[in-house]
Design a protein around this ligand. Structure first.
Ligand code: ZN
Length: 345
């Protein structure tokens, strides 16, 4: 029995025996510590590419939505804003739905399911992909790798990272996913210009490039707004902000906000691309001052934790969601809430 199966089994037992529920009850009723978890989804689709962000099938997503609706209060960004400013009394555990990157499946699959259950979400989009149709570089890299793995290629040149790429091409089918991720990690660490050059270089050897996944268009974003969902900024081109200089960071943030506002999209919130603490801009205080200057009320990360009422409104934690079983999700969320209790005891 492997580790993954054991973890799933333990979660199922704790769930079935209602031990997770008991822990939640001790925390919320005994200790009076209800918590908010901001959920972070990416694609709601059956299957994505080799290095697509987390994909959850529409069926699995609906099961999760149904579970959250039945077991938690579901709040929106305005509630969260009020909570962070001490103006919202939290009586029960709550969740909030957010979606990163603006894939079209968010509109065609996620939104109808949220609407079916009377729930609203916040959708964070990078401005160039949705307004100018420039694909995310991650998707570009993913489709190039997909095309490369179908044919044998001779690069006839030498460049940094070639041996890793060659290893991906030569690897057996079962290892492609892992090696594609390694290529992604390598490219993700390159400075902006080198990263684009690197992708461009390997793109040249692919005769026909498959299409990158569709993103939402402006009309769809506006329709989401009309339905009461909210749209947030997610930079211009989805870079790792920690690798950029001050000027580039300013451009990515300001242009990412203003170009959406110019299209009459209301922008009050921001999500950091990749979103781990090490991915955030190096000049943190300066960045926060820019967020404030451009009237951003909350900024969200992807640090797995419950929302910290005492923390900065520009460092709101989120839990990245995957297609785990409901028992595993229930256990993980409860653990995050206890970690928070113990840390703040
Ligand atoms: Zn993103």
């Amino acid at each position: 029995m492997n580790f993954y199966v054991i973890k799933k089994l333990v979660a199922t037992i704790l769930h079935k025996t209602k031990l997770i529920k008991l822990a939640a009850s001790v925390r919320t009723k005994g200790l009076k510590k209800p918590r908010i978890i901001v959920l972070c989804y990416h694609r709601i689709v059956e299957q994505g590419g080799l290095i697509s962000p987390q994909c959850i099938s529409p069926k699995c997503f609906e099961e999760q939505v149904c579970y959250f609706k039945n077991h938690f209060s579901v709040i929106n960004m305005t509630d969260l804003e009020r909570y962070m400013s001490g103006d919202f009394v939290l009586l029960h555990d709550a969740v909030l739905f957010t979606f990163d990157d603006g894939y079209e499946d968010n509109y065609t699959h996620a939104m109808p399911i949220l609407e079916k259950y009377g729930l609203k979400g916040c959708f964070f989009v990078a401005s160039d992909p949705v307004l100018k149709g420039r694909p995310y570089w991650v998707d570009e890299l993913s489709t190039v790798l997909q095309a490369l793995h179908k044919h044998k290629h001779d690069f006839n040149m030498s460049f940094d990272g070639l041996s890793l790429l060659q290893r991906f091409i030569d690897s057996p089918e079962c290892d492609k996913g892992i090696l594609a991720k390694q290529v992604f990690y390598y490219v993700n660490e390159l400075p902006l210009v080198q990263r684009n050059e690197w992708i461009h270089k390997i793109r040249l050897v692919v005769p026909e490039l498959p299409k990158t996944p569709a993103l939402m268009n402006l009309a769809q974003l506006k329709n989401l707004m009309e339905l009461g969902h909210c749209i947030g900024a997610h930079t211009v081109s989805h870079p790792k902000l920690s690798l950029l200089n001050r000027e580039q960071v300013e451009h990515e943030l300001i242009e990412g906000i203003l170009s959406l506002r110019q299209q009459d999209i209301m922008i009050d919130y921001f999500a950091y691309p990749f979103g781990k603490i090490e991915d955030l801009p190096k000049e943190r205080t300066y960045f926060f001052s820019l967020l404030k200057k451009y009237q951003i009320k909350l900024a969200v990360t992807t640090e797995d934790a419950a929302v910290d009422l005492t923390g900065s409104p520009y460092l709101v934690h989120r839990k990245v969601m995957s297609a785990q079983s409901l028992a595993q999700i229930a256990l993980k969320l409860e653990m995050l809430k206890w970690q928070f209790n113990l840390k703040n005891a």
